[in-house]
Structure formats: C-alpha cells, structure tokens
Write a protein that binds this ligand. Structure first.
Ligand code: G6P
Length: 616
C-alpha cells in the first residue's frame, strides 16, 4: 500500500516525482522519500517522516536535480515510520530501491546478507532487497540481469523500482502481488503504482502483469514475463482529463466525492439499462449463457466493498430468489469452503488490487478448475486495468472515477448500483423476478441521480446534527433489513475519519447486549425508510429513548417518526424501498464528514489507514 514513482527523461524529473507522490499519497502517508541521480552521476536522496508536504519542504530547502529517479510514499509494515526506515533504501552509495509490499523471508535473507558483509541501517524488510541486488549486481555487472537473478529469492508481495549510479541509462522494475504501471512519454518514460500518479505527464500506459520484469529506458521499454521470456504488453490510452486528482472548489476530496455521486451513479447506469430493462450483455458477451446456469452467488470483499456485498445479499435473495453467501476476503481466503453447486463467485473492490480479495479470487479460480468448483468469477470494480478485473471471467465496472479520499464514498454507491443491476440481470435470465419488477426498478434507477441530488441538498441540516457528536466518544448505528449494512457503513465512516468509536447493530439485536451501553453520552443513529419494518424499528427507538439515549433518525417523511425531546429527525426524500440503501448512505457520509471536520482530523488521509491495501 505504499506508492512508487519512477522517471527517466532528458529533463529534471524531481518535480514529476514529487507530483506523482502527492497523487499517490492515498496509498500511505507516514513517510516519503526520493532518490535522484544528479548531473555528477551521484545518487542523492531526501527522505522525511510524515506526509509528502514534509518532503516537498525538504526539497525546497535542499533541491535535487537529475534525469533519473525513484520516489516513494510509505505505509509502514516493518519498522516504525521514521526517516531511517523511509524509502528509497540504498546499498552502498550507488544503488537505490523503492518497494511496495512485504518480503516474507526477510529474516533469512538478512542473516545471509550479513554473512556476506552487508551492514543494515533500517528495520525494514525492504533493505534486504537492495543488498541482495547489490550482491547480484557485483556478480553479473548488469542491473536488469541482477534483478532477474534476485527475484526468485524474494518471497512475498512486491512492486519494486531500482536505479543504479553505474547504469544511468535505465530504471528496472518488477511486480508480484503489488501493482505497477509504466507511463509512456516521448523520449521519456515513467513508472508508478497507479496511473493516477502519472496523468500529469502521459495518457499512455502499459500495465505490468504478475511476475513481469521491466527495463525502462528513455526511448524504449523491454519486458520479460514470469518465465523469463521477452513479452509485449498492450498499451492502454486514457482519455479522461487529469483533473480528477484536483479538489476543485471543495475543502476535501471526500466532500467532492460525496457530491459527485449523482453524476457517477448516472455514469454507472449508462449503457447498462435500456427502455425498461437491464442489458445483460453489459456484463460481457458470455454473461447471458453463464447467468442462466447460476444457482447460487458467493460474494467476497473487504471494508466498504464488503458492506456493498451485504446489501446485495438482501437484493439477490428477495428479488431474484438466488441464495447468496458473503464473507470478508481475509477470512474466506484461509477457510476450507464448501462450494455450493453452480455458484457465481463475485468480488467487489474499488481498487481491484486489495491483496485479500485478489487472493480469494485466485483460490476460487483454482477451485473452478476442479469438479464441482465455481462456475465463473465476476468482478465489480472501479479500475478497469486492475489485477482483479484482468483475472476475472466477467466484470462490471463502476464508473466512479478516481476516488482519492481514503474513506470510500462514491465507490460504495456505484457498487450498490452495479449490484442491483447484477440482481436484475441474474433474476431476469433465470426467470426469478416477479412480473413488472425489472421495468419498475429500471425506472427508479433512472430517477436515482435526482433523488441523490435531493439528499445532498440536506447538507446543512446534517452539518448541524454533526455538532451533537463533537464531544462524544461512542456511537451506535442501527438498521433493519438492507439498512443494516448501511448502518455498518455509516459506523465505519464515522470511526475511520472522526476516530469516534462506532458500532452498528441490526436494530432487533439491541436488547441482546448493546442496550446496556445506551445513556445520554451515546448517540444512536438510525436510518428509517418507510417500509414494512418501520413499526418494529420504532419500538427499538422507544427502547433507546426509555434509557435516556439520544436519537438521530434519518427517516422517510411518511414513516411517522417525529422530532421531539431527545429525537433529532432528518426527513429524507421518499424513495422506492429497494433503492433506499443507496439514498440513505448519503446523509451518513455527510454526517461523518462534518463530525470529522468539527474534530479537526485529517479527513482525506485518516491516521493509520490507506486507500489501497495491497498487503495482507
Ligand atoms: C481499505 C480502504 C477502504 C476499502 C477497503 C477495500 O481499507 O481504506 O476504503 O473499502 O480497503 O478496498 P477495495 O479497493 O478492495 O474496495
């Protein structure tokens, strides 16, 4: 989950590296560093603990210039986030490495390299890589050959970029389990963990595949696959503007991304729905045939994406009549799973690079090759070029655009839209939908962007409600039915960015434990669309009020819940019950945003977290 940038050019590349790091800061932000080969042929480095801004200041105080360089923003795994552990790491004064991932056999390598006379100056696993490469370089005399020789000895996950003062004509790189992309310029080339980092300099990209080794020169790139064979990879051209990484008029990326939801939901629907129907072919040319065979759905995801999957389970079973299981990827991947016959394996991921989700997909694919294994895999993902998409049989891309705020917002609501489309597509192909449901929900989906706009118009009301939380340390979120995962997502948002402890419960479970915690210091947040469960929910709210608990209720105008002593009611626009989880997510996102702003936390980059978790 660290971020890597590299560049080789005929111009000074320091500013390009720095801008790339700023755009990658979502991947980790506890330290940052840059190494550049200067005009005198010496490797020079600046590193700072803290955010990229600290490094930027260091570069202002002591500028660096050169035409070849690598840079890194770190999310600490091995070793505290201090300057000594910040990347790039050096071996001697002529070889530098940046690394994203974890080297699992670092202790064994460390012992071996110490035996060869290498002195270690950091606590990182990465330092073994640079010394190992140094050793291989001494043996082979060629940086690319040295990297090829070192790779089989590295166990774990890595994206690596390496430069050497002795070979200033190249930057070498490899990936296994961590993403890397080459940006193609004219007479200059670049490397990064995410194309977003390079959109300022190019719109043409080559994605490295698992095990690829790359030699990047100013005027050409050479690639070898994991079997050591020379290989060509497709060049992908992007047309969308590079401005997505800009906050625009908003104070934070998170707020900007919350406000983008009507637009990106609209985009996610485009080309996927017809007059009164869902277009099944949007899932790929084989989708109709495959979907007809599906008798069961297994969903696997992490974090916010997991919550989207939980909502989908309600939809798949209630609307399409398909049994559905869902599990967090970190558990699923290590569990001996009994595969239900004719199961579709669905992963949900914003980034498409989450290590646990990818590992779960790989396990499932291995099972598909067995008798009675999964029928096929489908990825619901926001990044078309990601590993998850490339390795799945089918995909449906959410069109959320780059999401920079670490707390996921627009990715979640577009995932929900994609999952509702999946529900309708599966239900239709298998004949499980009730008469008229498809046309009705397609019409409701068409109106959804307008409804989301109406929900956002309540921004100021929610901001006022947020004041109730400024001094609180614990919060409870309640929901029933498909609103339970919405409550879970609301609680996750609040704890991620405001550091207030928040837990979500299905409202019916309140009396089985959490009610013991309720008092005037513990606000209880709940979402109450006007559905068949609202009367039961009202009873649960009474249970809270009877214990002196303060209620914050986001409710349908017609739900019959009233403002009053200890009850803060926010009226929501009326919405079809099936789509309510999407709409009711928005005020909860705004609530956590405004609480975090009031508390003065770092909204877009909350402490200890990272956006893309490419390590276990
Ligand atoms: C991290 C992010 C979350 C995200 C989760 C899964 O924890 O901070 O916002 O929901 O990873 O990421 P994915 O990219 O797979 O959706």
């Amino acid at each position: 989950m660290c971020g890597i940038v590299g560049a080789i050019a005929e111009r000074n590349i320091t500013a390009i590296l720095l801008e790339g790091l700023k755009r990658l800061e979502y991947r980790g932000y506890d330290s940052a560093g840059v190494a550049v080969l200067d005009e005198a042929g010496r490797l020079q480095r600046r590193r700072r603990s803290g955010k990229v801004a600290e490094l930027e200041q260091a570069l202002k105080d002591e500028p660096l210039a050169g035409r070849l360089g690598i840079a890194h923003t770190r999310w600490a795994t091995h070793g505290a986030p201090c300057e000594r552990n910040a990347h790039p790491h050096f071996s001697g004064d002529g070889l530098a490495v940046v690394h994203n991932g974890i080297i699992e056999n670092h202790e064994e390598l460390r012992t071996r390299l110490k035996g060869l006379g290498y002195a270690f100056v950091s606590d990182t696993d990465t330092e073994v890589i640079v010394h190992l490469l140094h050793h291989k370089l001494k043996e082979t005399g060629d940086l690319t050959t040295a990297l090829k020789a070192a790779v089989p000895e590295l166990h774990g996950a890595y994206g690596l970029a390496v430069i050497s003062a002795d070979q200033p004509d190249r930057l070498v790189a490899t990936r296994s389990g961590s993403p890397l992309v080459i940006g193609l310029g004219i007479g200059e080339n670049f490397l990064a963990s995410d194309q977003l980092a390079l959109r300022q300099v190019t719109d043409r990209f080559v994605y490295l595949e698992e095990g690829d080794i790359a030699e990047i020169r100013r005027d050409r790139i050479s690639l070898w696959d994991n079997a050591g064979q020379p290989v060509q990879r497709e060049t992908v051209q992007y047309h969308e503007g590079a401005e997505a990484a800009d906050k625009g008029e908003y104070r934070h990326f998170m707020l900007k991304e919350i406000y983008e939801q009507p637009k990106v939901v609209q985009r996610t629907l485009e080309g996927r729905i017809g007059q009164e129907q869902v277009l099944v072919q949007a899932f790929g040319p084989q989708a109709a045939d495959l979907f007809a065979k599906v008798k069961n759905v297994q969903i696997v995801a992490c974090g916010t994406s997991y919550h989207a999957g939980m909502v989908a389970r309600y939809w798949l079973e209630a609307l399409a009549g398909i049994p559905c299981q869902i599990e967090v990827a970190s558990e699923f991947r290590y569990r001996k799973v009994v595969v239900q016959p004719d199961s579709l394996f669905v992963t949900i991921s914003q980034s498409g690079e989450t290590a646990d989700t990818l590992a779960a997909l790989r396990n499932a694919k291995a099972r598909s090759r067995e008798e009675g294994g999964y029928l096929a895999s489908l990825a619901i993902c926001n990044v078309g070029t990601s590993s998850l998409v490339r390795e799945s049989d089918l995909c449906l891309l959410t069109q959320a655009g780059p999401e920079i705020g670490v707390a996921s917002t627009k990715a979640f609501t577009t995932q929900l839209v994609a999952l509702l489309l999946l529900t309708l597509a599966l239900g239709k192909v298998r004949g499980g939908l009730e008469e008229g449901v498809e046309a009705e929900l397609v019409e409701e989906l068409r109106r959804l962007p307008t409804r989301l706009g109406e929900a956002l118009a309540m921004d100021k009301t929610v901001e006022k409600v947020a004041e109730l939380f400024a001094e609180k340390h614990h919060t409870l979120f309640l929901g029933r039915g498909a609103q339970y995962p919405v409550a879970m997502e609301g609680a996750l948002k609040l704890k991620e960015i405001s550091y207030i402890h928040a837990e979500a419960y299905p409202a019916g479970e309140l009396k089985h434990g959490p009610l013991a915690l309720v008092d005037a210091d513990m606000p209880v947040v709940t979402v109450a669309p006007n559905n068949e469960l609202v009367e039961k929910l009202k009873s649960n709210l009474q249970e809270v009020r009877a214990r002196g608990g303060e209620l914050i209720v986001f409710a349908d105008e017609e739900a019959g819940i009233e403002n009053g002593e200890g009850t803060h009611l926010v009226n929501m626009p009326h919405i079809h019950d099936v789509l309510a989880p999407i709409l009711y997510t928005l005020p909860l996102q705004l609530l956590s945003y405004y609480v975090a702003v009031l508390k003065g936390t770092d909204v877009d980059q909350p402490r200890n977290l990272a956006k893309s978790v490419t390590v276990e």
